[in-house]
Design a protein. Sequence first.
Length: 201
Amino acid sequence: MPIACSSCDNTTGEKPSGDARPHRVTKRRECAGGGHSGDDPAMQIRAARADDVDACVAVLAELPDYFTASTHDEVRRELPVNPAWVAQDDDGVVVGFILAPRRFAHAAEITFAAVMPHRHRQGIGRELVAQSLAALASDGVAVVVVKTLDASANYEPYAATRAFWERCGFVQIDRIDPLPGWQPGNPSAIYVRAIRSSDDP
Protein backbone atom coordinates (compact mmCIF):
# COMPACT_ATOMS: atom_id res chain seq x y z
CA MET A 1 0.00 0.00 0.00
CA PRO A 2 1.38 3.42 -0.85
CA ILE A 3 2.22 5.59 2.13
CA ALA A 4 2.15 9.02 0.60
CA CYS A 5 2.11 12.73 1.17
CA SER A 6 -0.73 13.64 3.45
CA SER A 7 -1.24 16.93 1.71
CA CYS A 8 -0.88 15.99 -1.98
CA ASP A 9 1.18 18.93 -3.24
CA ASN A 10 1.17 21.64 -0.59
CA THR A 11 2.52 24.18 -3.03
CA THR A 12 0.03 23.74 -5.86
CA GLY A 13 -2.59 21.29 -4.63
CA GLU A 14 -2.15 19.37 -7.87
CA LYS A 15 -2.38 15.72 -8.52
CA PRO A 16 0.97 14.80 -10.09
CA SER A 17 1.51 16.54 -13.42
CA GLY A 18 10.48 14.35 19.31
CA ASP A 19 11.88 11.59 20.71
CA ALA A 20 15.52 11.39 19.64
CA ARG A 21 16.01 7.84 20.91
CA PRO A 22 15.96 5.29 18.08
CA HIS A 23 13.32 2.59 18.11
CA ARG A 24 14.03 -0.73 16.43
CA VAL A 25 11.19 -2.50 14.66
CA THR A 26 11.40 -6.25 14.50
CA LYS A 27 7.73 -7.14 14.03
CA ARG A 28 5.03 -5.44 12.08
CA ARG A 29 2.76 -3.25 14.17
CA GLU A 30 -0.65 -2.05 13.09
CA CYS A 31 -2.35 1.29 13.54
CA ALA A 32 -5.80 1.37 15.08
CA GLY A 33 -8.20 -0.28 12.71
CA GLY A 34 -6.08 -3.24 11.73
CA GLY A 35 -4.35 -4.12 8.48
CA HIS A 36 -2.09 -6.84 7.18
CA SER A 37 0.02 -8.89 9.55
CA GLY A 38 3.46 -10.36 9.14
CA ASP A 39 7.11 -9.86 10.01
CA ASP A 40 9.20 -6.92 8.91
CA PRO A 41 12.96 -6.76 8.56
CA ALA A 42 14.68 -5.02 11.45
CA MET A 43 14.12 -1.31 11.06
CA GLN A 44 15.14 1.66 13.17
CA ILE A 45 12.78 4.60 13.67
CA ARG A 46 14.63 7.69 14.87
CA ALA A 47 14.30 11.46 14.95
CA ALA A 48 15.32 13.02 11.65
CA ARG A 49 18.44 15.14 11.36
CA ALA A 50 19.26 17.96 8.97
CA ASP A 51 21.60 15.66 7.07
CA ASP A 52 18.67 13.31 6.30
CA VAL A 53 17.11 15.83 3.90
CA ASP A 54 18.56 14.44 0.69
CA ALA A 55 17.62 10.88 1.64
CA CYS A 56 14.04 11.96 2.38
CA VAL A 57 13.80 13.78 -0.94
CA ALA A 58 15.04 10.61 -2.61
CA VAL A 59 12.08 8.77 -1.11
CA LEU A 60 9.69 11.33 -2.64
CA ALA A 61 11.40 10.99 -6.01
CA GLU A 62 10.47 7.30 -6.04
CA LEU A 63 6.76 8.18 -5.68
CA PRO A 64 5.93 10.43 -8.66
CA ASP A 65 2.23 9.54 -8.53
CA TYR A 66 2.03 11.26 -5.15
CA PHE A 67 4.73 13.93 -5.01
CA THR A 68 5.37 16.64 -7.58
CA ALA A 69 8.81 18.18 -7.85
CA SER A 70 7.78 21.24 -5.83
CA THR A 71 7.39 19.05 -2.75
CA HIS A 72 11.11 18.27 -2.81
CA ASP A 73 11.99 21.88 -2.08
CA GLU A 74 9.35 22.00 0.63
CA VAL A 75 10.90 19.04 2.42
CA ARG A 76 14.36 20.56 2.08
CA ARG A 77 13.03 23.72 3.71
CA GLU A 78 10.78 22.23 6.39
CA LEU A 79 12.44 19.03 7.59
CA PRO A 80 15.46 20.63 9.32
CA VAL A 81 13.26 22.93 11.42
CA ASN A 82 10.24 20.76 12.28
CA PRO A 83 9.56 17.48 14.10
CA ALA A 84 10.31 14.60 11.76
CA TRP A 85 11.25 10.93 11.94
CA VAL A 86 12.92 8.51 9.55
CA ALA A 87 12.89 4.76 9.06
CA GLN A 88 16.41 3.45 8.53
CA ASP A 89 17.33 -0.09 7.56
CA ASP A 90 20.24 -2.11 8.91
CA ASP A 91 22.50 -0.69 6.21
CA GLY A 92 21.77 2.84 7.39
CA VAL A 93 19.62 3.64 4.34
CA VAL A 94 16.58 5.86 4.93
CA VAL A 95 13.58 4.09 3.41
CA GLY A 96 10.80 6.29 4.77
CA PHE A 97 10.04 9.41 6.75
CA ILE A 98 7.30 11.47 8.35
CA LEU A 99 7.20 15.25 8.82
CA ALA A 100 4.85 16.77 11.40
CA PRO A 101 5.13 20.52 12.00
CA ARG A 102 3.64 21.93 15.19
CA ARG A 103 0.75 24.25 14.28
CA PHE A 104 -0.42 25.40 17.72
CA ALA A 105 0.42 24.59 21.34
CA HIS A 106 -1.53 21.32 21.28
CA ALA A 107 -1.86 20.63 17.55
CA ALA A 108 0.38 19.31 14.79
CA GLU A 109 -0.09 18.43 11.12
CA ILE A 110 1.48 15.51 9.31
CA THR A 111 2.43 17.14 6.03
CA PHE A 112 4.50 14.32 4.57
CA ALA A 113 4.63 10.57 5.15
CA ALA A 114 6.38 8.42 2.58
CA VAL A 115 7.99 5.00 2.25
CA MET A 116 10.08 3.66 -0.63
CA PRO A 117 7.87 1.61 -2.99
CA HIS A 118 9.89 -1.58 -2.54
CA ARG A 119 9.31 -1.37 1.23
CA HIS A 120 5.53 -0.94 1.10
CA ARG A 121 3.33 -3.44 2.95
CA GLN A 122 6.01 -4.18 5.55
CA GLY A 123 4.57 -2.12 8.40
CA ILE A 124 7.10 0.69 8.08
CA GLY A 125 4.57 3.44 7.43
CA ARG A 126 2.42 2.34 10.35
CA GLU A 127 5.44 2.23 12.63
CA LEU A 128 6.50 5.71 11.55
CA VAL A 129 3.03 7.00 12.37
CA ALA A 130 2.90 5.17 15.71
CA GLN A 131 6.29 6.44 16.84
CA SER A 132 5.71 10.02 15.66
CA LEU A 133 2.31 10.22 17.36
CA ALA A 134 3.78 8.88 20.59
CA ALA A 135 6.56 11.47 20.49
CA LEU A 136 4.14 14.30 19.69
CA ALA A 137 1.82 13.26 22.51
CA SER A 138 4.71 13.20 24.98
CA ASP A 139 5.50 16.75 23.89
CA GLY A 140 1.98 18.00 24.63
CA VAL A 141 0.27 17.59 21.27
CA ALA A 142 -3.39 16.60 21.63
CA VAL A 143 -4.67 16.59 18.03
CA VAL A 144 -2.97 15.73 14.74
CA VAL A 145 -4.31 16.73 11.32
CA VAL A 146 -3.72 15.13 7.94
CA LYS A 147 -4.79 16.64 4.59
CA THR A 148 -4.96 14.36 1.58
CA LEU A 149 -6.76 14.17 -1.73
CA ASP A 150 -10.49 13.55 -1.27
CA ALA A 151 -12.28 10.57 -2.82
CA SER A 152 -14.39 12.94 -4.93
CA ALA A 153 -11.28 13.69 -7.02
CA ASN A 154 -11.52 10.15 -8.43
CA TYR A 155 -7.74 9.76 -8.43
CA GLU A 156 -7.07 6.09 -7.78
CA PRO A 157 -3.58 6.24 -6.20
CA TYR A 158 -4.96 8.12 -3.21
CA ALA A 159 -7.61 5.51 -2.34
CA ALA A 160 -4.92 3.48 -0.58
CA THR A 161 -3.60 6.62 1.13
CA ARG A 162 -6.99 7.42 2.64
CA ALA A 163 -7.43 3.81 3.72
CA PHE A 164 -4.02 3.93 5.39
CA TRP A 165 -4.86 6.99 7.49
CA GLU A 166 -8.21 5.50 8.46
CA ARG A 167 -6.50 2.32 9.63
CA CYS A 168 -4.20 4.53 11.69
CA GLY A 169 -7.20 5.92 13.57
CA PHE A 170 -7.70 9.16 11.64
CA VAL A 171 -11.26 10.29 10.89
CA GLN A 172 -12.30 12.50 7.98
CA ILE A 173 -14.14 15.57 9.25
CA ASP A 174 -14.36 17.78 6.17
CA ARG A 175 -13.77 18.22 2.45
CA ILE A 176 -12.52 21.60 1.22
CA ASP A 177 -12.28 22.66 -2.42
CA PRO A 178 -10.36 24.71 -3.04
CA LEU A 179 -8.09 24.50 -0.04
CA PRO A 180 -5.85 27.58 0.11
CA GLY A 181 -2.69 26.76 -1.80
CA TRP A 182 -4.34 23.98 -3.81
CA GLN A 183 -5.81 24.34 -7.27
CA PRO A 184 -9.62 24.13 -7.63
CA GLY A 185 -10.73 20.66 -8.61
CA ASN A 186 -8.29 19.00 -6.19
CA PRO A 187 -10.52 18.65 -3.12
CA SER A 188 -8.78 18.17 0.21
CA ALA A 189 -9.97 15.55 2.69
CA ILE A 190 -9.31 16.75 6.24
CA TYR A 191 -8.51 13.96 8.69
CA VAL A 192 -7.91 14.31 12.44
CA ARG A 193 -6.91 12.08 15.32
CA ALA A 194 -6.89 12.88 19.01
CA ILE A 195 -3.76 11.46 20.64
CA ARG A 196 -4.19 12.78 24.19
CA SER A 197 -6.29 15.15 26.25
CA SER A 198 -5.08 18.74 26.20
CA ASP A 199 -5.61 18.68 29.98
CA ASP A 200 -3.14 15.82 30.49
CA PRO A 201 0.00 16.83 32.40
